[in-house]
Design a protein around this ligand. Structure first.
Ligand code: 5GP
Ligand code: ZN
Length: 120
């Protein structure tokens, strides 16, 4: 990961850099996945690009490959996590849509105890 893509004030950048603890599910050069600290379903995993991208709305065309890689990883992680009966993939874009952490992330939610999607 390029140093310039790290944001000192970002909790998810700090998690991806292992400066804050998290229950890690997957990591490679570009991506990081970890369990949500306040799960809103039986399985609740967050997947992020290591690069600090604040919101989906701030994506640049050069991020397209990274986002494709991220989505394909979701498909592989769902299998690795033993999710056989479907899952939700949620992205809140912007504060008004409920994005409290301004580092792009998808919520992978599975199992039977889903919180109302509007509260994720
Ligand atoms: P958002 O509301 O931004 O779409 O989702 C942020 C998610 O990050 C929430 O589900 C919240 O529980 C989770 N979260 C916030 N801080 C931390 C943290 O320090 N560690 C972990 N593992 N999850 C966090
Ligand atoms: Zn960040």
């Amino acid at each position: 990961m390029k140093k310039s893509s790290y944001n000192n004030n970002c909790v998810f950048c700090q998690i991806a850099a292992k400066q804050l603890p998290a229950k890690i599910v997957f990591e490679d050069e570009d991506l990081f996945a970890f369990y949500d600290i306040k799960p809103k379903a039986d399985i609740h995993v967050l997947i992020i690009p290591k690069k600090h991208i604040a919101t989906l709305a701030s994506l640049e065309s050069s991020d397209a490959g990274l986002m494709g890689k991220l989505l394909y990883r979701v498909r592989l992680l769902a299998k690795d996590l033993g999710i056989t009966e479907g899952f939700k993939l949620v992205l809140n874009n912007g504060l008004k849509a409920g994005q409290l952490v301004p580092h792009l992330h998808f919520h992978i939610l599975a199992g039977s105890n889903y919180t109302d999607i509007s509260k994720i």
